[in-house]
Design a protein around this ligand. Structure first.
Ligand code: HEC
Length: 738
């Protein structure tokens, strides 16, 4: 099973599709594809970048329900000072919200941490003075402690800026004389300072004085953006409107006659009793379904870190929300397709346990410091880290916000080994958009110094792929070089594999073991090239990322696998009637040509030809929202499909890969009805499927413009850019022929 090289073909064609030699020359002319096959996960500037810092349980618990201090007024002749009673007063917000996939609704929250004085002369009420009102916004609480934690931490930054200040500069509607018990409508004009921004506010209010008790309610509408605290948008979890309504409900009394409380009780002082046992019922779910992603350093720990029982208790009702909405654990594939392995969806019984536990207030029957670690059966799914290789520390530049950088990772093998699993070792996640790993030969590696460090920085710029000259590795040793029989008219045969692309990391991916003891054969001298797509916004931070390899010696137990890439064209016109210049398909293609060079519009032309589709055919019936495309392909060689993946950018709506479509033996390999850019998972088939060369395989994709209505209009085709789209699948195939 020795590796052979590609017969010297490789020099200039790195990244070109693997084709049957008979047809290669011709295909390359009409498929000038230096990038397409390499673009697994070359994705739009997305949600991933908007992620907020980890919800720290410690900070969350640190909220203390104290009453802030406000400047005190001194009663002038005839005046009485009324002081806000925090136990009877509140500041509330109302905001339009879409939370964790639930229907749009209104979120409300209140804080009782309020202080302030009003000075009033009952004989001259129109000279009333309102002192500064101070509110502790850190104490805002709603019906969901995850929302509260997010609001505090990401938007109000309330640990740094806990107090909001309200001043009133003029009051309209005050009567000349006051009648006890009568309610007066008022308009109060003033300012508010929230976080670090001061802006004017106008409150509509009512007020009355009765038996020494001053009661007032004031409402104002403003925008979160005015105070630079929103609109709130957290990938997949919550988005809010910009408009917010604030309501002050005040009861104030004369502090010389009444003791005004200076302490309030927070909502979490409520008893936590009953509910299922954390240790026996809740913890096993967290260990099986959450810990592998939320333990420190893992993919979800950037958002919510789960190290201990206390971390779970701190957001108990957040856990209920994210699980009952099926937002967590993430699993976008539907059940339409063939059964998939390691399905993470929680059962109704498990959802019920989490819900009952949250309703009981998240009680713990273990110490808060009890560690929550992945269950043994989950750990068994993780690859070993036999060798960890790191790229040099690299800092890009914001002048090149989409930075594709390649680094050689040399395992320095002395004997042939199979790469059978890998973990991406992220130096930082915030600026890493995606990662691809290419397998390069000793000859290619030897050419790396010709490109490395040319701009004075480690690695080299590599837009499409490593682009290293030198003979490439053949896809799978011993694979036949001729097209499968009976498929001579199918142009896709050769267009189904990127032998060099062996691994990747896109949002949502976990460390992987290639299924069924398969792997990528690495010869002594071979190396891997790590291609990282950095996206800098607004800064470029230093990064040192790497890859941990699981390596197994060559034996009859391990078989070589290849990654096959079914693709389809993309034709997404502008909404009907849109007049932007790039809505014209030709103008848009010309712009692609400019942006991406030779491959710009050639990609799309090639795909249309490959799939025998036309722009007119694909866009017939397009009404401005959902665009569809598909491609009928064939399996390139006899083998076993073990895993599948779909890839689109952020307008993606659905993707489906079907074997033998429209026949009685049809099998849907993958069906993602609601594409989620954040969750591009590699799905392992529960039962691998044996396929024959030439067996039909169809890829269906759809996109929805309404997912991003604000996006500048242009005619979108298949390309790597942020605002472009893809119809892209991969499957792992273990060829029989080895
Ligand atoms: C495959 C990895 C993975 C698994 C499994 C997983 N999560 Fe997550 N989780 C994430 C990632 C990544 C995010 C951030 C998602 C985003 O930004 O869209 C997240 C977000 C969250 C959030 C929102 C935090 C915030 O405020 O932004 C909560 C809460 C959460 N997960 C809880 C859970 C629970 C509970 C489980 C188990 C039942 C679970 N997760 C399983 C990866 C995972």
């Amino acid at each position: 099973m020795g590796a052979q090289d590609d017969g010297g073909e490789a020099a200039a064609s790195d990244g070109a599709p693997e084709v049957a030699p008979r047809r290669r020359g011709r295909r390359l002319r009409w498929l000038p594809f230096p990038v397409v096959l390499l673009s697994l996960g070359v994705v739009g500037v997305v949600a991933w970048r908007q992620v907020a810092p980890v919800v720290s349980a410690r900070k969350y618990r640190d909220v203390t329900y104290t009453v802030p201090a406000a400047p005190k007024l001194t009663a002038a002749g005839g005046e009485t000072v009324y002081r806000i009673d925090p136990t009877l007063s509140s500041l509330g917000y109302r905001i339009g919200e879409q939370f964790a996939g639930k229907k749009a609704s209104t979120a409300t929250g209140v804080t009782n941490g309020l202080a302030g004085d009003i000075a009033l002369d009952a004989k001259n009420p129109n000279r009333a003075r309102v002192g500064q009102v101070v509110a502790n916004v850190e104490q805002f609480h709603s019906d969901n402690n995850l929302r509260d934690a997010r609001l505090r931490q990401d938007f109000l930054k309330s640990h740094e800026f806990p107090l909001a200040h309200f001043t009133v500069t003029s009051i309209k509607g005050l009567p000349a004389a006051l009648t006890d018990g009568q309610t007066y409508p008022l308009t109060m004009t003033g300012t508010a300072t929230i976080k670090q921004t001061t802006a004017p506010l106008v409150w509509q209010a009512t007020a009355s004085l009765h038996n020494g008790k001053l009661t007032a309610t004031a409402t104002t509408t403003t925008k979160l953006s005015t105070f630079k605290v929103g609109p709130i948008s957290l990938a997949g979890l919550v988005t809010t409107s910009d408009d917010v309504t604030l309501t002050l409900k005040l009861i104030a009394r004369d502090p010389t006659k009444y003791a005004i409380p200076t302490h309030i009780t927070g909502p979490h002082a409520k008893a936590t009793t009953g509910g299922p046992s954390f240790q026996a019922a809740v913890m096993p779910i967290l260990e099986r379904s959450c810990a592998s992603c939320h333990n420190p350093g893992q993919v979800g720990s950037e958002h919510w870190q789960l190290s201990t029982a206390g971390d779970a208790a701190a957001i108990a009702d957040g856990i209920k929300t994210v699980t009952e909405t099926k937002y967590m654990p993430p699993w976008p594939a539907s059940e339409v397709g063939v059964p998939l392995a390691h399905r993470t969806t929680l059962s109704t019984a498990q959802l019920d346990v989490l819900s009952q536990w949250a309703k009981a207030g998240g009680p713990l029957d273990v110490a808060t410091s009890t560690p929550v670690k992945p269950a043994a059966e989950i750990k068994a799914l993780l690859p070993r880290k036999d060798v960890s290789l790191y790229a040099p520390t690299y800092t890009g530049s914001t002048s090149n916000p989409n930075d594709y950088r390649c680094f050689v990772l040399d395992p320095k093998l002395t004997t042939p080994m199979y790469l059978t699993g890998y973990s991406f070792l992220a130096g930082q996640i915030a600026e890493i958009h995606h990662v691809q790993v290419f397998h390069v030969t000793a000859a290619q590696k030897a050419n790396a110094p010709t490109v490395e460090g040319k701009d004075g920085k480690p690695g080299w710029e590599c837009y499409g792929g490593p682009g290293l000259r030198g003979a490439r590795r053949k896809r799978v040793p011993g694979a036949p070089r001729t097209a499968p029989t009976g498929t001579a008219t199918r142009r896709d045969v050769g267009f189904a594999g990127q032998p060099d692309l062996v691994a990747g990391w896109v949002p949502g991916q976990l460390p992987a073991i290639y299924p069924l003891h398969s792997g990528i054969l690495l010869q002594p001298g071979d190396a891997l090239v790590l291609q990282i797509h950095y996206h800098y916004d607004p800064v470029a931070t230093a990064d040192r990322s790497g890859l941990a390899l699981q390596l197994d010696p060559v034996s009859s137990k391990v078989r070589a696998m290849r990654v096959v890439n079914p693709l389809g064209p993309v034709e997404i016109p502008c909404a009907p009637g849109a007049t932007a210049p790039l809505c014209d398909r030709n103008a848009s293609l010309a712009a692609y040509e400019k942006q991406f060079g030779g491959s710009g519009s050639g990609n799309e032309a090639g795909l249309l030809a490959l799939c025998n589709r036309t722009p007119a055919g694909l866009t017939a019936g397009f009404t401005g929202t959902v665009a569809r495309s598909n491609c009928d392909l064939v399996v390139p060689e006899d083998g076993t499909i073990t895993a599948v993946l779909g890839h689109m950018h952020t307008l993606g709506k659905s993707i489906r890969m079907t074997l033998d479509p429209g026949t009685p033996q049809q099998k849907v390999l993958l069906d993602i009805p609601n594409w989620n850019f954040g969750w591009q998972m590699n799905y392992e088939l529960a039962t691998p499927i044996h396929v024959k060369a030439g067996q039909p395989l169809r890829l269906d994709c759809s996109w929805d413009r309404s997912l991003d209505p604000k996006r500048p209009q242009k005619y979108i085709v298949f390309a790597e850019g942020t605002e472009d789209e893809m119809c892209f699948g991969t499957y792992a195939l273990i060829p029989d022929h080895q």
